[in-house]
Design a protein around this ligand. Structure first.
Ligand SMILES: Nc1ncnc2c1ncn2[C@@H]1O[C@H](COP(=O)(O)OP(=O)(O)OP(=O)(O)O)[C@@H](O)[C@H]1O
Ligand SMILES: [Mg+2]
Length: 248
């Protein structure tokens, strides 16, 4: 009886693991699809007859995929793949984040990262972290109905010794209490309609997997700042010795 119960519990845990893994992939897949939708929208303006024939079908397929990903959500616990880290040019990555962001008229985006700035990170995962933070900022600013306010999103970075600090700053209304009280908790912190409350939880987990920290530094009306700190990977003593021997 006990063994049977244990087996059942372990199966349930496994299913829960699978559930959150699906939710997380699903969440960021929706972001990728939304970007594809944005680019495909432009195809409708192309006069070529064959493009006119296939573009609506492409858009319809993307619409279906987006609503499918929005509908599929499940609970559980799971780990992301460990980061595959390389030295990256952050300015270029931030340009890519900007390029795929659904940023409406009236919101300025500023890439404040120096051209030579390097960060030791998994490029796909850091892209997801910055995309989630930027999307939240854009959504919060777009929902701000006051006409005269300045809407600006700035990403900047600085290095202190072996640690990179990336700042994502916006001039939106700040986090509502529900979001602050459940900061980084999956499914719990969403305070906007249509939100799943996974973006910050995913970003938090991805940064932690780099041995780093995601923090909310400031959030008052008119200024919200998230900080992503990522330490360089420690140099393995063995690898360094092997490298020295080879070059001797
Ligand atoms: N820069 C920001 N300015 C104001 N509110 C924010 C900001 N970033 C996050 N929030 C608040 O935190 C909540 C949680 O964000 P999170 O990204 O985890 O979920 P979400 O955006 O609601 O849904 P999704 O899973 O689609 O990202 C948001 O609903 C929003 O209310
Ligand atoms: Mg979000």
């Amino acid at each position: 009886m006990q063994t049977r119960l244990q087996k059942m519990l372990s199966e349930q845990r496994h299913l829960a693991d699978l559930g959150l893994a699906v939710s997380k992939i699903n969440h960021d897949m929706r972001n990728v699809l939304a970007s594809a939708q944005l680019l495909s929208d432009r195809l409708l303006q192309v006069k070529d007859a064959s493009v006119q024939a296939f573009a609506p079908k492409l858009l319809k397929a993307l619409d279906r995929a987006v609503s499918y990903t929005e509908g599929v959500l499940a609970y559980g616990r799971a780990q992301e793949a460990p980061p595959a880290r390389r030295m990256l040019r952050l300015r270029q990555l931030v340009d890519e984040v900007h390029g795929l962001l659904d940023i409406g008229d009236g919101i300025d985006f500023e890439n404040g990262v120096d051209a030579g700035f390097e960060v030791d990170a998994d490029s796909e995962q850091l892209f997801r972290v910055l995309t989630n933070l930027s999307r939240n900022a854009v959504q919060a600013m777009a929902a701000d109905t006051e006409g005269a306010v300045v809407r600006r999103l700035v990403i900047s970075a600085e290095r202190t010794g072996g640690v990179c600090q990336i700042l994502v700053m916006d001039t939106g209304p700040g986090l509502p209490p529900k979001a602050r009280e459940n900061l980084f908790l999956a499914f719990r912190g969403s305070a906007r309609s249509g939100g799943t409350g996974l973006g910050l939880a995913i970003a938090h987990e991805l940064v932690r997997a780099h041995g780093g920290k995601l923090e909310l530094l400031e959030s008052i009306g008119g200024r919200t700042v998230f900080s992503v700190s990522i330490p360089d990977q420690p140099v393995s003593l063995d690898r360094a010795r092997r490298g020295l021997r080879r070059s001797a």
